[in-house]
Design a binder for this molecule. Structure first.
Ligand SMILES: [Fe+2]
Length: 279
């Protein structure tokens, strides 16, 4: 009798915790911003630029009715941090619906950085609108969208490049064009939406620091062991965090938004505040 009561109690507790986890995953976590602060190594970074700060966010997949407060929190945090550079890693659009782009850009126009705000486009953006249409929309809000090109900044008398490719999954990334004329010794931040393209990037330029999103860090993970049931094309090998190959580095963010059902579990929306250190 005692055993039967124990089993009934256990089943009830399990059902309650399961329901709680579901309610949390749908109702709480997708709106609960986390801020990650991390030092990241970068090849060729001169001593004068040791400590350069980059705010990095990706995968907004903006839903105006649900994500306004989250994006407001991101913008307010970035403004308070006053980083040197803001980098946007693509996938602004939800599904293939461009309706969220303009309201999102109004919010992103509040982002500030000492040396500019730079963006690349992701697969959802490229599947929905032509790249130059997106780039022009970003430019109207003071954000430079880099599609197979780079720009060179002069920071404390040192050259520092910010590069961006076209989206990879169905797009036309061209690393030859992206890095054309850029001397190897210039420290280069490469924005590439899909992280698994890192294996190609390091072939073209071995001393780059690539920033990527796309994987959503798995979006839903099993706590403690970190297992993720779903993996996305071009985001299977490098899912979250720092990676190294030769002299090159990669940093992958969990991103902010969601695709499909608006649910996250053990994988909170992330704003990354990266401090660059010489490798
Ligand atoms: Fe993506």
């Amino acid at each position: 009798m005692r055993r039967r009561r124990f089993l009934a109690w256990s089943a009830g507790a399990l059902a309650a915790s399961g329901a709680g986890a579901v309610a949390y995953g749908f109702g709480v976590e997708p709106s609960w911003l986390s801020v990650t602060r991390q030092d990241v190594l970068m090849s060729n970074l001169p001593p004068a630029l040791d400590g350069l700060r980059v705010a990095f966010l990706a995968d907004i997949h903006y839903r105006p009715d649900d994500d306004a407060a989250l994006l407001d929190a991101v913008v307010a945090t970035v403004r308070a941090e006053n980083p040197d550079i803001v980098a946007l890693g693509g996938d602004y659009i939800l599904g293939k619906d461009p309706a969220g782009l303009e309201p999102m850009l109004k919010k992103l126009s509040g982002l500030t950085a000492k040396h500019g705000v730079y963006a690349v486009i992701g697969n959802h953006d490229g599947w929905t609108l032509p790249g130059d249409t997106i780039a022009k929309a970003f430019a109207r809000h003071g954000i430079e969208c880099l599609i197979n090109q780079h720009t060179i900044l002069n920071l404390k008398g040192e050259a520092f490049a910010v590069a961006g490719t076209d989206f990879v999954w169905g797009g036309h990334p061209d690393l030859g064009r992206t890095f054309r004329g850029l001397r190897q010794r210039v420290p280069t931040l490469a924005l590439v939406h899909e992280p698994d393209y890192f294996d190609h990037v390091v072939q073209a330029r071995d001393s780059v620091l690539q920033l990527s999103g796309h994987s959503h860090g798995g979006q839903c993970r099993v706590p403690v062991i970190g297992y993720r049931p779903r993996a996305v094309r071009w985001g299977r090998k490098y899912v979250y965090g720092p990676f190294t190959q030769r002299k090159a580095g990669l940093w992958v963010t969990r991103g902010l938004g969601t695709t499909g059902i608006r649910v996250r579990f053990a994988c909170r929306p992330e704003l990354a505040l990266l401090t660059l250190r010489p490798r």
